[in-house]
Design a protein around this ligand. Structure first.
Ligand code: FAD
Length: 379
């Protein structure tokens, strides 16, 4: 067992830290949050600097990095600019791996180099207003039509759909089989007639638009990703490992909250002493770091298993569950430990408080991850 990062990993962390130091100065998170603007400009810069190609194999224009490397990069991005980490996960990890694991050779050649360069941003449209946790019961239909398919239905709570150059839309191609066996993934390119988006107003994550997507669109046969009626099986394969990356975001976010608290507790004085001298606050901070380190180790373990091709459904769910619940608790306690200041918009703690509430919902709720873990333990 080896807990040490090798030289290459250390250099990579130093490199991504340098990038965020240059491109994400103090106040940048607040600026995008207040404007309700997505940092796609920073995302493209990540592409130009070569970071987006990390999960993409060299033959498709990427750097061919392993999953542990990807997790380390996401963690650092999340610490500086949570929205960037989230975009990174959605497109470079989930998008590229979906195409890589079950896309056609033609789709790989067409889309992967664009994902790696940042020219293409990919989103997933799975959830619908009547099917969230029970995603397999979705009702958007794909009916054979004119040499391709006609998609009709609507999707709900889709991250950055309005900005996506490619949406991986999951639709029902058969009603005769079990609900999980009648689903297919379609690659729907931006500008396809009959695809409309509506922006939802949200509590947090205001720099990543959350959309409803209305579909009444024709797509070609070549838009099928991974075979007809194989969507659920393929998605499961991709999401299994990818959840460690979702966890990495929340580890980075939580570490950023702790960083803010350390500074504040050392600087703020009450009763003639810095707050960091009060044992109750010191211990709360110790508990926070302990929880974040537990989540971090779970995330690294799951990523390590992905790299070795080991089944890690339970370990990835554990990592996502632990990291998301830790982030929610730490962001909430963080507001309290900063007193009135933590409640104001003069400090970024309230952004974490708002943003963190999505962590235990998106990417599968805590209840669903507990179910996955329990099922694995009991099987
Ligand atoms: C910020 C954000 C971004 C998102 N981005 C995307 C995206 O890009 N693409 C996409 O497809 N989807 C996305 N989603 C949707 C997300 O995956 C769903 O919101 C999530 O799966 C939960 O579904 P739901 O909202 O319909 O809640 P429901 O499934 O209705 O659940 C409501 C509550 O009931 C609980 N519950 C449900 N079933 C059970 C059960 N069997 N046992 C115990 N408790 C249960 C849930 O845990 C939850 O607390 C996003 C959501 C958010 C909040």
């Amino acid at each position: 067992m080896d807990f040490e990062l090798d030289e290459e990993q250390q250099m990579m962390i130093a490199g991504i830290r340098e990038f965020v130091k240059q491109e994400c100065p103090a106040g940048v998170v607040r600026r995008y949050d207040e404007a309700g603007e997505c940092p796609l400009d920073l995302y493209r810069k990540l592409g130009a600097a070569g970071w987006l190609g990390l999960p993409v194999p060299k033959e498709y224009g990427g750097a061919g990095g392993n999953f542990v490397a990807v997790v380390l990069v996401i963690e650092q991005l999340a610490q500086a600019m949570p929205a960037l980490a989230s975009l990174y996960f959605s497109s470079c990890v989930f998008g590229s791996r979906s195409l890589l694991l079950y896309g056609s050779e033609e789709q790989k050649r067409k889309y992967l180099p664009a994902i790696a360069s940042g020219a293409m941003f990919v989103g997933l449209a799975l959830t619908e207003s009547d099917s969230g946790s029970d995603a397999a019961s979705l009702r958007t239909r794909a009916v054979k039509d004119n040499g391709g398919f006609h998609l009709y239905g609507s999707k709900m709570f889709i991250s950055a759909a309005e900005l996506s150059d490619l949406l991986l839309v999951v639709a029902r191609t058969s009603t005769e089989k079990k609900k999980e066996q009648g689903l297919t993934v379609f690659a729907v390119e931006k500008g396809t007639p009959g695809v409309e988006t509506r922006r939802l107003k949200t509590l947090g994550r205001r720099s990543i638009p959350l959309n409803e997507v209305i579909l009444d669109a024709h797509v070609g046969q070549d838009s099928v990703v991974g075979g007809i009626n194989r969507g659920w099986q393929n998605l499961g394969k991709t999401l299994e490992g990818d959840r460690s990356c979702v966890g990495a975001q929340y580890v980075g976010n939580s570490q950023s909250v702790i960083g803010m608290l350390v500074k504040y507790l050392n600087e703020r004085e009450q009763f003639g002493k810095p707050l960091s001298a009060f044992q109750v606050l010191r211990h709360r901070l110790a508990d926070m770091q302990t929880a974040v380190d537990s989540a971090r180790l779970m995330v690294y373990r799951a990523a390590w298993m992905v790299d070795r091709g080991l089944p890690c459904r339970m370990q990835a769910s554990m990592a996502k569950l632990m990291a998301s619940e830790t982030y929610v608790k730490i962001a909430s306690d963080g507001v309290h430990m900063m007193g009135g200041f933590g409640y104001t918009q003069d400090c970024e703690m309230e952004i974490h408080f708002r943003d963190s509430r999505a962590a235990t919902i998106g990417g599968g709720t805590s209840e669903i991850h507990r179910e996955i873990i329990a099922r694995e333990i009991l099987s």
